[in-house]
Design a binder for this molecule. Structure first.
Ligand SMILES: [Zn+2]
Length: 189
């Protein structure tokens, strides 16, 4: 099991790779939502490091035809959880990462302003790895301690942008995730 700790917006225990794709959250905005996504580049192919390059604006668009469809996009997430369970942080939690796009949660618009975005390396077509659920549970438990307003406000990208987005997709097991999370949280008390 990996050990994580949140300090000054940094997740200790995660690999740090800086993304330029962020800006300040609006003043006096508390973090109060976690948004779960999936991403793979090219779609449904894993490894290769292309997601990391994409979030750093360093992806060579000529490598794959799919990459040309996302050419020039400047996006990020706070965290990416690889298939191995390795966690990478791209943006400090105190900053606003560009992961949600136009979105709303409980009638509050612009989820990027007040959320933390977590990408799972995956797709809508394939199950996620046990290591990814484990890392996600560990990280989310830590984040809820560090940012108590999150509580149970954990949504999929498809929940906050239902007409545009389908991730984390049908293979993301919400029930398993929530069960493990509540078990972990109660065992911490
Ligand atoms: Zn997404």
């Amino acid at each position: 099991m990996q050990q994580f700790e949140v300090q000054n917006g940094i997740l200790h225990g995660a690999t740090q790779i800086a993304s330029p794709n962020f800006n300040a959250r609006p003043a006096d905005t508390d973090i109060q939502l976690i948004v779960i996504h999936n991403i793979s580049l090219p779609p449904s192919q894993f490894g290769g490091g292309y997601i990391q390059q994409f979030f750093q604006n360093k992806l060579d668009w000529s490598i794959h035809p799919y990459f040309q469809t996302i050419e020039g996009m400047q996006v990020s997430a706070h965290l990416l959880i690889l298939r191995t369970g390795e966690v990478i942080q791209f943006v400090n939690f105190n900053d606003r990462s560009w992961h949600a796009g136009r979105s709303s949660y409980l009638a509050q618009q612009e989820c990027n302003d007040y959320s933390i975005g977590i990408e799972l390396e995956g797709s809508d077509d394939l199950p996620f790895e046990a290591e990814q659920y484990q890392a996600l549970v560990d990280v989310v438990a830590m984040l809820r301690q560090a940012y108590p307003k999150i509580q149970n406000h954990i949504a999929g990208h498809s929940d906050i942008a239902p007409k545009r987005k389908t991730d984390p997709g049908p293979y993301f097991d919400w029930q398993l995730f929530r069960q493990r999370l509540s078990k972990k949280t109660s065992s911490d008390l």
